[in-house]
Design a protein around this ligand. Structure first.
Ligand code: PLP
Length: 357
């Protein structure tokens, strides 16, 4: 079966198999990783190796702290303003869809949000041209969402934020292709796409941005505290951290993010090419900004949606139903989705259009 779901986790099969083999007895310790003390030498080694591998994969220099936090990407929507607004009056946000809107709504609880650009008028099918953004040189940071998971809209460039720290919700971008981390002040990513199980959130923060949290910031949300305690201020999500570590090892075996980026480009391109060439299917996003990870599409007749999904299920093409707010279909094709899965989907879509179109 091929699972086209956007989460709560899209783990590569070899990783799940390894986890299964190690589940009851991790390397002769007689314990599951789940049962180990997070202060034990064994777990600390697992945690440190995961961080080291992530740094290697994503090219993260020592100028940045890597934090393994909890509460998913959504908790960062408030953690970020609490930590980064500091003395500044406002922060800039770019609105490109549902996840940007959620980040904006949350930040408004803590300060003034300047929506410097929005593609809402277009129905979020494009990215506003950067030359028209109304950013402020005095903003605490500039926040954007490189890949809007639900809309299937992805930036094909890294915005230029000048001296203002650039903050990115990379939940659906992280490790899907090479990214120049040095362009960013802070990157955060809910783990459940290309990293590991949901609940875990990885934060990559430039060290000069630590230590600026407002005094009322909950301790668990204070980046400085989490960094000082190597992400073990409280009991971390140990098993998720371990699984993320297995994913990082798997990614390195695949050739890292460069190799992954090539595969992902190919997977997305063949699916969009097929959709564009076939009158029965449509994707509304401006081609330049189509997501490599999430491909929403509609059928020529919505009344056929149920039948399409039933037929897909019968072939082991699972979870193609679009997000409830968008409708239609969505194929999420994260790193864990092999190219064969995309080929099987195209084959099915082609047959369905022939028979029912
Ligand atoms: N941001 C983006 C781009 C997402 O795709 C998601 C979830 O899918 C979130 C934020 C929210 O993540 P979480 O459910 O981990 O809070």
């Amino acid at each position: 079966a091929f699972n086209f779901c956007a989460g709560p986790a899209t783990l590569p099969e070899p990783v799940l198999k390894q986890a299964q083999e190690e589940m009851l007895d991790w390397r002769g310790t007689g314990m599951s990783v789940m049962e180990m003390s997070h202060r034990s030498d064994e777990f600390v080694a697992i945690a440190e190796t995961a961080e080291k591998d992530l740094r290697e994969l994503a090219g993260i220099s020592d100028d940045y702290a890597v934090l393994f936090m909890q509460g998913g990407a959504s908790s960062q929507f408030s953690t970020i303003p609490l930590n980064l607004l500091g003395e500044k009056a406002s922060a800039d946000y770019i609105n490109t869809g549902i996840w940007s809107k959620k980040a904006i709504a949350e930040a408004k609880r803590y300060g003034t949000v300047n929506v410097a650009a929005s593609s809402e008028d277009s129905g979020f099918v494009t990215i506003p041209d950067q030359s028209a953004w109304r950013t402020s040189a005095d903003a605490a940071y500039l926040h954007y969402t490189p890949n809007e998971t639900i809309g299937g809209l992805e930036f094909d460039f890294v915005p230029d934020s000048g001296d203002v720290p650039l903050v990115a919700d990379m939940s659906s971008t992280m490790l899907s292709r090479p990214v120049d981390v040095s362009r960013f002040g802070l990157i955060y990513a809910g783990a459940q796409k290309n990293i590991g199980p949901s609940g875990l959130v990885v934060v990559i923060i430039r060290k000069d941005l630590l230590g600026k949290a407002r005094k009322e910031t909950p301790t668990m949300m204070n980046y400085q505290v989490i960094a000082d305690n190597a992400s073990m201020y409280n009991t971390p999500a140990t098993y998720s951290w371990y699984l993320a570590g297995l994913v990082f090892k798997w990614l390195k075996e695949q050739g890292g993010v460069e190799a992954m980026g090539e595969i992902n480009y190919r997977k997305a391109k063949k699916l969009y090419d097929f959709i564009d060439d076939n009158d029965f299917y449509a994707n509304p996003i401006e081609p330049r900004f189509r997501s490599w990870m999430n491909v929403p599409f509609t059928l020529a007749d919505d009344a056929l949606n149920g039948e399409f999904l039933k037929g897909a299920d019968a072939r082991g093409l699972l979870n193609l139903k679009g997000h409830r707010s968008v409708g239609g279909m969505r194929a999420s094709i994260y790193n864990a989705m092999p190219e064969a899965g995309v080929d099987a989907l195209i084959q099915y879509m082609s047959e369905f259009a022939r028979e029912r179109g």
